[in-house]
Each structure stands twice: as C-alpha cells, then as structure tokens.
Write a protein that binds this ligand. Structure first.
Ligand code: SAH
Ligand code: ZN
Ligand code: ZN
Ligand code: ZN
Ligand code: ZN
Length: 488
C-alpha cells in the first residue's frame, strides 16, 4: 500500500541507484481513524523508510505542501492531543483560509468588470485585482492599469507562476501544447472539460469557446486561490488534488458533481497536470473519487464505461500510473512548457520534454501533429515520435523518451541508446554505473554529484538570477499563506 515519495517513483527504469531512505505514504493503522486536518484539508499519513525498512512510527503531514516552510503540520500517528491544542489547531486552520469567501470574490469580480477601463487596476505585488476603494492601500505597489477584458480572460498571463517547486510547481503549457490539447479535445468531441490543475488549458478552452460560440465548458479545480478572482462559481473551485478537498465545502463539491454528471456523464473528460514532485498514489485515490462521482450520474447500462482522462506526467512514471490505472497508455506527444527552459522543444538540440499524456482513450483515435515530428505506425496503430522505431522483436514502437532505442537480446527488451548490458547486474545500464547496490544518487539521471531536486533534467525553471528568484519565492510563499491580505 505504501507509495514512495516523488523522486523514488521517478527512478523506475531510470537506472539510478536506490536511495538509502525515503518518505512514503502509508495506510493508517486504524482505517476508521480520521486524519487530522491542516489548512489544506485532511493530512496524509507518512512513514520513513530506511534501506527498505519501515520505521515503526508513522506521522501525519500536509498533503499539498512538500516543503515544511509552506505548511509545517506534523503529528505522530499515535500522538494524543489535548482539547486545548485541538482547539488552537482549529483556530489556526481557520486563520489560514483565504480572507475572502468565494461569494466575496465573485462580488468583487462583478464590480471590477463594471468599471471603466481606466479604473481597472491589477496589483502585481499582491497579485490581486483592485477596486477603487483598494487603491490607496496599494499606492506604493507595482500596479498594472487598463486591464482589458482580454487580459481578464487570460489570468495565467497576468499572474506570475508560483514556481516554488515543492508545493505549487506551476509550469504553464507553451502555447503550442495548449492549442494542441484544446484542439484534440474538440476533435474528440468533448463538450465539458474538468481541468484539474490546468489553469492555462482552462483559459484556452474558454477563449476558443467564446471565439467560435461553441458551448464547450470548462471547470478548473486548482489550489491556487488567486484564480478565484477571475472566475464565477461554475468555472473555478479552490481544490486540493492530493486529498480531494474542496476549500469551499459542499457547495463547491456540488458544482463539480453537477459538472461531471451533466448529460448523464456524456461528453466530459478530465485533464490533469499535477506537480511532478507529487505522490502518484494520493493522486490516483483522488482521481478514483472523481471517477466515482461521474459514475453515480450514469444510467445502469453505461456502467462498463470509463471516464475519459488525460493525465499529464513525465514518462518515467508510466509503470506507476498504469499500476493504478491499467487501462491507461502513454502517448508519444511531448508536452512543452513556457517557464521551463529545459522542457522546451529545442530548435536544434535534443533537449526534449519528458512530459507525456497518459490516457484511457484508444490511441488510434488520437492524431499527433506530423509537422511537429510524429508519424503513424500502422503496426502499432498509433502515432509515435519520428525517431521511435518499430522493433520487430518487441513488436512495438518501444522508445519512451523520443530517442531511438535498441533491442537487447539478453534483457529481451528495448533499452535506451546510451545503455549497455552489464553482466554483473544482469541488466542494461549506463556504462559508468556502479554495480555495488544502493546508491544515494539522483533519481532522475542517476548521477552521484547531485540530488533529484538539483537535477538539470527536471523541475528547473528559468532562473535569471538568484536574487530575483529569492524575492519571487518569498512573495509566492506569502501569497500562499495569505492570498489577499491587503483586502479590506
Ligand atoms: N501546465 C498546466 C499547469 C500545471 S502546473 C497549465 O498550463 O495549465 C500544476 C498546477 O497544479 C498549478 O496550476 C498548481 O497551482 C496546481 N496545483 C499544485 N498543487 C495542487 C494541489 N495540491 N491541488 C490542486 N492543484 C494544485
Ligand atoms: Zn498591492
Ligand atoms: Zn510500431
Ligand atoms: Zn540488456
Ligand atoms: Zn552493473
């Protein structure tokens, strides 16, 4: 039942050594015991595993924040808290909710759009739309003026991405990938898209729908509260995807339910792009809850159907995702990001994005753009990368990373081009690997001189200079804790 934390999962098939210790999600000793709550909803139970051995004492920690700086909740599983401490915690959780209710945000938004253009200001320092009554408080701040309706429809361009890797890890789709996704959803005939952690896709779908007056609808579920300034109740819910927690309670949950169950559940798809450092298991549990919610709305004869899903995640999570969703397969399409230098399609180099789409939609229904370097394999009946060659021994196009893989007859499978067969380990690995068992190297690339968090191959956004980054980080932490602090 235990699932390793982020990095360890990423290691699968990567040829990296095993880390000596890791923190994993664990099943509660008493399944009936409700998990204590932090400001981000029910916490998760973790266990520290050292050299394959579980430490006996489990603890609860925040489901959403993998950085103690963002949420420092900690409680041993067997710890008993006094009434006073429980009350203090409850008060703390209350204090750390957004200062504005969903209804207040909507009221502000409606007032904002009524303002003449010259009075529509956005505070970049506070990441907040301002009403005239707020101006004085923000007079010393960085303000943007003349916020047009077009700008309001593109909040992901107005807000800066929350790049603090361990919590939000907000990596926005490059325009090309975003258009591809929106186009694909339309081609596949979906009329409703549940966007879980995909604010930019949400935006794109709504822009397109407004443009051609189609009525494709989109509902965004995201933990980034800043988005609640831009959307009405029916198109945004403040949500934690690691514990299926709706911050605005039952009313928000009902919005989501109604969205999934409309037209008896026909025509809807869920698209999600969770933070990669996140745990696969809690995400899978959440998605199964959303699937169950969709299923409730089905008439009996449809009970064999599955909710169509696009789960966007790095290719090295394939076996982990398929463990929870056996009907999913990975598409070759490489998803590109804006604020992720190394994920962009290089014009020349081979810096490719490791991010793919996992889906339960049959691959022969999904056309990948030929002009972007994909071709149709008639044997596999699916689109693959140009470099991904059909292996006659495996009878499939085996490459996972977009490079040409080669078949190893000893391993009886295709392996990365840089690997050679090691007779000591009895498997293929990098030529300079060490055969000596557990290593504390990087989970992504296996190198010993850095950890996963510093790996040049993942998770590193554009960093102009350290000072700017630090400043941004401070800001984003502040926003997270008290999103609209400067409000009256
Ligand atoms: N590529 C997507 C954004 C993916 S980044 C796009 O361009 O639309 C991950 C997204 O998940 C961010 O929007 C972030 O705010 C959100 N997120 C991070 N942690 C979350 C959580 N615990 N629950 C819900 N959303 C979360
Ligand atoms: Zn301000
Ligand atoms: Zn093939
Ligand atoms: Zn081999
Ligand atoms: Zn070896």
């Amino acid at each position: 039942m235990a699932a390793p934390v982020g990095g360890l999962e990423a290691e699968e098939g990567g040829g990296a050594g095993r880390r000596a210790s890791a923190v994993e999600v664990s099943a509660p000793s008493d399944p009936a015991a409700p998990a204590p709550r932090c400001p981000h909803g029910p916490t998760l139970l973790f266990v520290k595993v050292s050299q394959g051995k579980e430490e006996p004492r489990k603890f609860y920690a925040c489901s959403a924040c993998r950085d103690r700086k963002d949420c420092n909740f900690f409680q041993w599983e067997d710890e008993k808290l006094s009434e006073a401490r429980l009350a203090a915690r409850e008060a703390y959780n209350q204090r750390h909710q957004p200062p504005l209710s969903r209804a207040q945000c909507i009221e502000r938004y409606l007032s904002f759009v009524q303002l003449p253009l010259t009075q529509r200001k956005f505070c970049q320092s506070c990441q907040q739309l301002l009403l005239p009554a707020d101006w004085r408080e923000h007079s010393e701040h960085q303000l943007l003026s003349d916020i047009s309706i077009t700008q309001l429809r593109k909040p992901s361009q107005l807000l800066y991405p929350l790049e603090n890797k361990k919590t939000h890890a907000q990596f926005l789709f490059a325009d090309r990938s975003c258009r591809f996704l929106a186009g694909l959803l339309a081609t596949l005939g979906f009329r409703r898209v549940l966007c879980v952690g995909t604010p930019r896709l949400h935006e794109q779908i709504r822009l397109t729908a407004a443009g051609d007056r189609s009525n494709t609808k989109s509902l965004l579920l995201d933990i980034d509260f800043r988005y609640s300034q831009f959307y009405l109740e029916d198109s945004f819910c403040h949500y934690n995807m690691f514990n299926h927690h709706f911050f605005d309670g039952k009313a928000a949950l009902e919005v989501c339910r109604a969205f999934l169950q409309e037209e008896e559940g026909e025509g809807v798809i869920m698209v999600t792009d969770p933070p990669f450092g996140g745990l696969v298991e809690p995400l899978a549990i959440t998605f199964k809850k959303l699937i169950a919610m969709w299923k409730e709305g089905q008439s009996q004869e449809d009970s064999h159907k599955e909710l169509p899903i696009f789960w966007i995640f790095p290719y090295f999570f394939e076996s982990r995702i398929c463990q929870f969703f056996p009907s999913f397969h990975m598409l070759d399409y490489q998803v590109d990001y804006d604020n992720h230098t190394l994920y962009k399609h290089g014009k020349t180099g081979r810096k490719q994005s490791p991010v793919r789409i996992f889906t339960n939609i049959p691959p022969d229904r999904i056309t990948l753009p030929i002009e972007e370097g994909y071709r149709f394999c008639s044997l596999c009946q699916r689109y693959v990368s140009l470099e991904n060659q059909h292996c006659v021994h495996c009878n499939s196009c085996t490459s996972k990373d977009g490079r040409k893989w080669s078949h190893c007859f000893l391993c009886r499978k295709c392996v990365k081009p840089s690997w050679i067969h090691c007779s000591t380990c009895n498997r293929c690995a990098l030529p300079d690997h060490s055969c000596a068992g557990p290593k504390d190297g990087c989970f992504i690339c296996g190198a010993l001189d850095h950890k996963r968090s510093n790996c040049p191959n993942i998770g590193i956004a554009k960093r102009p200079n350290k000072a700017v980054r630090k400043q941004k980080q401070r800001k984003s932490n502040k926003i997270k804790a008290e999103p609209l602090k400067d409000n009256p």
